[in-house]
Design a protein around this ligand. Structure first.
Ligand code: BGC
Length: 426
């Protein structure tokens, strides 16, 4: 017999975006500079993106019309503090209008304070390798909360605070496999770093935009930044829930791979989940796209014949159930799925992905796990960092010549699920 699972009242259904990926012209940020190097590691620059900076009113109304009751977006530090200790009231007012637009459309705003990009001056001053940055981030968080906190539904401090650690592990694997040779890719990468260091006016070993701050020391800086920001937020608005978000693959062990999987999982996930619990965070943000399989020798390649996404990793929507269970058990905190989705040019594939992923959410909740919201990545096809605009994660496509939006079938479908606040189970 077909029956339905009713989500609790107040469950948040939304989509997520990040300022740099959708707003356009974030030219005071480190990301913009990196995109415009002669040796750029980006396929193309972000440019006008999808001009969300000017079109947010219509965009937010569209999301509400689809049926969502929440929207997760980020405040851009590089805009709010374009020069050290110079804060722009006009920019704060802009984000205030965005938050108000959410409320006018009955969307609970979830506000992210840092989503990968930082002000350029910060990188010149040591970036994410310096404990000074943690203090500055705390100050910025306090200011944003003082100005905007009464309109915020929840706050994510740092988006995927563990992703630079993931980059380090990937790099170590690459070195193990290839050795430290000077093949074309490696030397281009080194030239890009050297050029960036010159442009930011720092020695290369001090070049620490978020994504390049990969050492254990840098991880401490980031966790400290999270703590300082969380404290500052709580000091201004104790009632607004605050947490960090993590990039979490479902890390599975094939026979004999348990030990090495656990070692990797310790570095990539446990350290952060423990910090969230010990720091007294209000929730943990789970961001899942795929799984990773580990054998006795380490990470295994995607199985031959397995479906893959545009990103090259396995299309495996069941991963979400595994990561929610793991994050909840390890952190002991309520969970928001702050990102989940698939890069694909086939919207039917996206729809199928969401169907299965949501079954996983329901299974977790029926087992009593405290999941409080689900945010699809992403509202729009947008600037997918190094991959530019080629990879498409949106439930809404955008013609970047005209900036016209077109809702995909998956968008209507997900909005209907949100509106109904229930999901079939068999
Ligand atoms: C990031 C997003 C990114 C998405 C898809 C997440 O790691 O938070 O900014 O676009 O994954 O790759």
């Amino acid at each position: 017999m077909n029956t339905v699972y009713k989500f609790p009242d107040g469950f948040l259904w939304g989509t997520a975006t990040a300022a740099h990926q959708v707003e356009g012209n974030n030219y005071n940020s480190d990301g913009w500079l990196m995109e415009h190097l002669t040796h750029s590691l980006y396929l193309e620059p972000s440019g006008d993106a999808v001009d969300h900076y000017h079109r947010y009113q219509d965009d937010i109304r569209l999301l509400a019309e689809l049926g969502f009751n929440s929207y997760r977006f980020s405040i851009e530090w590089a805009r709010v503090e374009p020069e050290r200790e110079f804060f722009s009231q006009a920019i704060l007012d802009h984000y205030k209008r965005m938050l108000e637009a959410c409320h006018q459309n009955q969307l609970v705003p979830m506000m992210t304070l840092h989503h990968f990009t930082s002000p350029r001056w910060l990188i010149h001053e040591g970036g994410w390798g310096s404990f000074e940055t943690a203090a500055r981030f705390g100050e910025y968080a306090g200011l944003v909360m003082r100005e905007l906190g009464d309109l915020a539904g929840a706050v994510c401090t740092i988006n995927e605070v563990n992703i630079p650690t993931m980059a380090r592990m990937l790099w170590m694997r690459h070195m193990d496999e290839e050795g430290d040779n000077d093949e074309d890719g490696d030397s281009f990468y080194r030239m890009a770093l050297a050029e960036a260091a010159t442009r930011f006016r720092v020695p290369i070993e001090k070049l620490k935009p978020f994504m390049l701050a990969t050492s254990e020391h840098d991880r401490e800086v980031m966790l400290n930044a999270h703590q300082q920001a969380a404290l500052a937020c709580k000091a201004e608005h104790p009632d607004v829930p605050v947490g960090m978000t993590l990039a979490m693959a479902d890390m599975q062990a094939e026979p004999g791979g348990e030990l090495i999987r656990d070692e990797y999982r310790h570095e990539l996930q446990d350290i952060f989940l423990d910090a969230a619990r010990e720091g007294g965070d209000d929730f943990i943000g789970v961001q899942t796209y795929t799984r990773e399989r580990y054998g006795p020798e380490g990470l295994l390649p995607v199985r031959e014949g397995a479906p893959v996404t545009q990103m090259g990793y396995e299309n495996y929507p069941k991963a979400l159930e595994g990561t929610i269970r793991y994050a909840a058990a390890k952190s002991g905190l309520p969970v928001y799925v702050t990102e989940n989705g698939i890069g694909t040019s086939l919207d039917s594939e996206r729809l199928a992905y969401y169907r299965t992923a949501l079954q996983g959410v329901v299974a977790c909740m029926r087992d009593g796990i405290d999941v409080r919201g689900y945010y699809a990545w992403s509202a729009f096809d947008n600037f997918e960092w190094n991959s530019g605009y080629e990879k498409t994660f949106g439930i809404i496509s955008v013609d970047r010549e005209t900036q016209k939006r077109k809702v995909k079938t998956s968008g209507f479908w997900l909005g209907d699920v949100a509106k109904a606040n229930q999901y079939p189970i068999d």
